[in-house]
Design a binder for this molecule. Structure first.
Ligand code: 2RA
Length: 351
């Protein structure tokens, strides 16, 4: 009798979590409890063919729960994951609240599943979706070739900003659709404003017909929080505390699936063939790498699926021991709900 709770069940990631659970042939749960704030408590959602009423987030809701998944903002996780843990649940948290806590493992099952067992606070963290999108590939390549440095540029989808991000991009796309815009500075913003969209947006600039070199909040020396997460979380997950990492995070007008251009340096020279063998043998990766046949990863190929799609693998011409590659991962699935759920499955197998 293993009881699973999903906190934040009605959000963009929570809904994806329910889709993932519905698609599993079997699940180890005797009960799936849906939990949300007062705004959503009382709603009825279908889970594996049954109506489940969403319960209010309060301490008692965790009684009898074995594993509690949190898909909520940082502040909510910071307050409530310890409450769930204190009531006996293993909390698996998809927020940023605990990722860099030295007493909280940061887990990607195909890279460092063993670490899920070492959880002194009863909390396991799920990485940020941008870091996660490249971890299956980087973990596999690091195991074989020894990673020493990563230089990354992200192309992040609007749904990284949750349902408000999706809604905003769709509204902006409607506002510019059929308009003769994109020829003069400011004309996209004018079209968006003329369509009556509020100036306030999850994005700091128009996203339709644009790319925005910003995700997250401002940190020291001009870095964004998102860029620092890529650096810190990659080091922690891969277990390389001194890994050299530099990231530039960019938002693009894609609804779902983050893409990353990765410049990965290893301890020695790595041929494309050797990299293909390693990537092709990783069950959670689909290799799509035949430029002559027009085969490369795009968000449109990866969205809605579980695997990370990897391609454009090249030996860097002017950088010894370095491979260039392009990876695409659904940020709501492997980047969030799927990895969180896989952690829960990993823990459930040990209970
Ligand atoms: C984003 N990675 O894409 C963030 C969400 N966790 O905005």
């Amino acid at each position: 009798m293993t009881v699973l709770a999903i906190v934040g069940a009605t959000g963009a990631v929570g809904s994806t979590m329910i889709d993932i659970i519905d698609a599993r042939e079997t699940v180890p749960w005797s009960e799936i409890r849906l939990v949300a704030s007062a705004r959503s408590a009382g709603k009825v959602l279908r889970v594996r063919g049954e109506d489940v009423t969403v319960r209010l987030l309060e301490p008692e809701v965790f009684d009898g729960v074995d594993i509690a998944l949190f898909d909520v903002p940082d502040a909510v996780s910071a307050e409530w994951a310890p409450v769930a843990a204190a009531r006996g649940a293993v909390a698996v948290d998809n927020s940023g609240a605990f990722r860099m806590d030295s007493e909280v493992p940061l887990v990607v099952p195909e890279v460092n599943a063993d670490e899920a067992a070492n959880r002194p606070k009863g909390i396991i963290a799920n990485p940020n979706c941008t870091t996660l999108s490249m971890m299956a590939a980087m973990g596999a390549l690091h195991r074989e070739f020894g990673l020493t440095a990563l230089v990354v540029a992200s192309y992040q989808a609007a749904s990284g900003a949750g349902q408000p991000g999706i809604d905003r991009l769709q509204a902006e796309l409607s506002a510019v659709s059929g308009q003769d815009v994109g020829r003069r500075a400011g004309d996209v913003a004018e079209a968006i404003s003329a369509a009556g969209l509020p100036a306030e947006s999850p994005f700091p600039a128009p996203l339709a017909l644009n790319v925005v070199p910003w995700a997250g909040s401002l940190k020291d020396d001009g870095w964004s929080s998102e860029e620092l997460k890529v650096r810190n979380e990659s080091r922690k997950i891969l277990g390389i505390p001194d890994l050299k990492v530099s990231a530039t995070c960019v938002r693009v007008p894609v609804i779902t699936t983050h893409a990353l251009a990765v410049h990965a340096t290893f301890a020695g020279e790595v041929s494309v063939d050797a990299a293909h063998k390693v990537l092709g043998a990783q069950p959670t990766i689909v290799l799509r790498d035949d430029p002559a046949a027009g085969q490369w990863p795009t968000p449109a190929d990866a969205v809605g699926g579980d695997p990370t799609v990897v391609g454009r693998v090249r030996q860097a011409l002017d950088f010894p021991n370095t491979l260039e590659l392009f990876v695409c991962g659904d940020n709501l699935r492997k980047g969030a709900a799927l990895n969180t759920y896989e952690i829960a499955e990993t823990v459930a197998a040990t209970l």
